[in-house]
Design a protein around this ligand. Structure first.
Ligand code: MN
Length: 239
């Protein structure tokens, strides 16, 4: 039997009960694409994370709460949401360990933000209050009854991994975020934007495979071929 790539998936952190948990769609998307998903811990030393990076074939950073602004050199705005320090510290170290080990990395929602911060970028702490009149797109589709339908358009850079995967210059995506990439980290490039200019995807500018998306393909892969394609491509790169 052909061995499946082992994909470490980072969990959410429950604010009140203080335990890690994963929305199962993250594991289902990895499995559907041919990977073997495993939930990672949120308390591991630098050495342990390096060993995880040596053992895994790829890492998926999932959605979640806001990242502590001090980690990208900013004071917290009152519009910043709840934060999970243990997760922030673990994930930032894990991004660096994964990149050092040349592991393929995929980031979803908070995941694109974690990757950007770990590599030296910054975030808008709150799109509505910081982008003002420029924020013409609804980035939090809470009015939708389900999260597997798209709500806004993105433009995809033609010469990009994302375009290579989907073959599309324009896509419709779902949207559940009030934060977004502001300054892009060295070594990353933006490759998709919403119509109001908000960055919706970043990827590695070098040979390491890093793809971060601001939307939630793991909630759409059952309905949308493009969403599944992202996972199929990622798992193929992890082999
Ligand atoms: Mn959006």
């Amino acid at each position: 039997m052909r061995k499946k790539p082992l994909i470490g998936v980072t969990p959410q952190y429950h604010l009140k009960e203080k335990f890690p948990y994963i929305e199962n769609v993250n594991l289902e998307a990895v499995a559907e694409a041919g990977g073997l998903p495993v939930m990672l811990p949120l308390a591991a030393s630098e050495d342990d994370l390096k060993q995880f990076a040596d053992t895994l074939d790829g890492v998926l950073f999932t959605g979640g709460w806001d990242i502590m602004p001090y980690l990208y050199g900013e004071a917290m705005l009152k519009e910043c949401g709840p934060q999970t320090p243990l997760r922030d510290e673990t994930e930032l170290s894990l991004v660096r360990a994964a990149v050092a080990a040349k592991l393929p990395v995929m980031g979803i929602c908070r995941g694109i933000q974690v990757v950007n911060i770990a590599l030296g970028g910054t975030l808008f702490q709150d799109i509505p209050s910081q982008c003002g009149a420029k924020n013409t797109v609804v980035h939090d589709q809470t009015g939708y009854l389900t999260s597997d339908y798209p709500s806004h358009k993105i433009r995809v850079e033609e010469d990009s991994v994302l375009h290579g995967i989907t073959g599309k210059k324009e896509m419709l995506v779902n949207s559940f975020h009030h934060q977004a990439v502001k300054d892009i980290a060295p070594g990353l490039r933006a490759t998709a934007w919403a119509e109001d200019g908000i960055i919706e995807a970043v990827e590695s500018a070098g040979s390491n495979f890093i793809l971060g998306v601001q939307w939630h393909p793991e909630r759409m892969f059952g309905r949308e071929r493009d969403a599944l394609m992202l996972f199929l491509d990622f798992i193929e790169r992890c082999r």
